[in-house]
Design a protein around this ligand. Structure first.
Ligand code: SF4
Ligand code: SF4
Length: 534
């Protein structure tokens, strides 16, 4: 296994990978996927790509072109230093300065965080993926070149364009799951450092994966959604979903649009509307059955809870968050409810709290809580025996670790499942493992990045899923339901189940939480969950 010896290696041997993973040396998965030599192959990046773009390891996420002359090399270094300086100023980074500065100034090098990082673990403890490997490089650059303190105290590093370019690539080898931050005894947030490196690259240098920026934030702000759906198309799609859902349940529904003064503005991740229409259909069914006063907004951006800026760029983030709040204000709703999307929760609740002031500071609520309250109200007649299959729960990082929303989803499951059918993953709740798609990875697939994420980030979650169902026959004749109440996580989980062919080989199916509620509703035709793979 190739790996760096020290942080100084980041600037050495340009063009050569600093680390390489031998898939045959990875920790084997539980049965029936325990034969490591029978696992899908790990595609290699082409020689042409290695020639053209900055090389860090076995994959390429950002596509940073190699500089062609000294001027371009200098521009990379100066751009990075200028961005880092701004990150350390109150004027330019008032939102994140305090935790950023604290995490930059302190680290006891105790390595507690390394044990918590699933990427480091699945890599066979490769130094490149140690949580503080990238943090330590950033710290040394900061102390030597920005703060101009003695390298004798803080450690030395020589800065060149290769260091900058590789460090930016390395910030896209972290799920920003914050499992490391949670374990750090002094509160250092290595995930924030990854995010701030990405921010410097995007905001100061214009370097960012196109899936997040051009095909994500920019498209969302231009047409209304990163899926490309305009207001007219989203209304058409929801109308079709309402009709299709009514056919399946026998319950007529009509999603309300632009209702002024409604209690709730519901914002889905628009990916649900495109890829998992049963999810918005189930929300409409439950909200209508519970008699809620609710609406969706056909204002551009406001029907898509996606906010990719949360992973890489404060300005993109703020533009989208303000549009969400402004649509709610225009309608005069009492609160915004966020559908099943973890990063939308993080964006519009925790982070947006910094910018939504005055009359834009409209209460925001997780749909986990809204749905839990509906269940508690007793307005739905439920027959848990309709969900008579094994179920486990994936905890999206942003719901549990970031926001502490742990019990509402479990209370719902207790109400809609027969006794003995639910099993927790180990660990779960705030100790959960990321699905492997966090921080934008679920939508990134250039070169062989998809293979890299299956082998390096999604593998820990897949191992957990298999362990959770280990007391069940692992074949398609015994279907099992992995409940993942997050659109982004569902995308990653779908991809990893496909990669390992786990639906065909082990009967592992996936879906959201609200679908299990509708599947148990006595007033609905049985069989809302159809076990059709998609
Ligand atoms: S746990 Fe905290 S103090 Fe210890 S090495 Fe990691 S970041 Fe540094
Ligand atoms: S945020 Fe998650 S993926 Fe990133 S270094 Fe920490 S534990 Fe590892």
């Amino acid at each position: 296994m190739k790996q760096p010896d020290s942080v100084k290696d980041i600037g050495r041997n340009p063009g050569q990978p600093m680390a390489q993973i031998n898939p045959l040396e990875q920790i084997p998965l539980p049965p029936p996927f325990d034969k490591i030599d029978e696992e899908p192959t790990f595609a290699q990046i082409t020689d042409e790509a290695r020639e053209k773009f900055v090389v860090l390891d076995d994959t390429i996420a950002v596509n940073i072109p190699k500089p062609q002359n000294k001027e371009e090399e200098d521009r990379l270094v100066q751009g990075f230093l200028s961005g880092l300086e701004k990150c350390m100023s109150t004027e330019d980074n008032w939102a994140f300065l305090q935790p950023f500065e604290m995490s930059m100034e302190h680290c006891a090098h105790c390595q507690t965080c390394s044990d918590a990082c699933p990427i480091y673990e699945e890599s066979g403890e490769n130094e490149l993926y140690r949580p503080i490997y990238r943090s330590e490089i950033l710290r040394r650059i900061y102390f030597k070149y920005v703060k101009k303190e003695s390298p004798k105290v803080h450690g030395d590093i020589d800065l060149n364009w290769e260091v900058v370019a590789r460090l930016i690539e390395l910030s896209y080898r972290c799920n920003i799951c914050r499992r490391c931050a949670q374990t750090c005894p002094i509160g250092v947030d290595n995930a924030l450092l990854s995010r701030e490196i990405r921010k410097i690259a995007s905001m100061e240098m214009g370097i960012v994966p196109k899936e997040l920026h051009k095909d994500g934030s920019v498209l969302q702000l231009e047409v209304g959604s990163s899926t490309g759906m305009t207001p007219m198309i989203v209304k058409d799609n929801i109308e079709f979903i309402d009709e299709d859902t009514a056919e399946r349940t026998g319950i007529t529904i009509e999603t309300p649009w632009d209702v002024e003064g409604a209690d709730i503005l519901l914002i889905h991740n628009a990916g649900e509307i495109m890829a998992w229409p049963e999810n918005p259909g189930a929300f409409a069914t439950v909200f209508e059955a519970a008699g809620l006063s609710w609406t969706m907004s056909s204002e551009a951006v406001a029907y898509d809870g996606i906010n990719y800026g949360v992973w890489y760029d404060d300005v993109q983030f703020a533009r989208v968050a303000v549009k969400h709040a402004a649509a709610a204000k225009k309608l005069g709703v009492k609160k915004i409810v966020l559908g099943e999307c973890g990063h939308a929760h993080k964006a519009l609740t925790v982070i947006a709290d910094k910018i939504l002031t005055g009359d834009l500071n409209i209460p925001r609520e997780s749909s986990m809580v809204t749905l839990r309250d509906i269940i508690r109200s007793g307005k739905l007649k439920l027959d848990p025996s309709r969900n008579d299959f094994p179920v486990t729960l994936h905890d999206p990082c942003n719901l549990v670790r970031l926001m502490g929303i742990v019990t509402p989803q479990r209370e719902i499951l207790e109400a809609v499942l027969p006794p003995g059918r639910f099993r927790e993953m180990a660990p779960h709740g705030v100790e959960n493992y990321c699905c492997g798609g966090g921080s934008g990875f679920a939508i990134m697939s250039g070169h062989n990045f998809q293979d890299w994420r299956h082998r390096m980030t999604g593998r820990r979650k897949f191992r957990q899923i298999l362990e959770a169902f280990s007391d069940e026959p692992m074949d398609k004749e015994h279907p099992k339901y992995l409940c993942a109440p997050c659109s982004n996580c569902k995308g990653q989980i779908r991809d990893i189940i496909n990669y390992y062919d786990a639906w065909e080989k082990a009967g592992i199916y996936y879906g959201g939480l609200v679908e299990l509620i509708v599947n148990a509703m006595v007033d609905a035709e049985p069989g809302f969950i159809d076990w059709e793979w998609h």
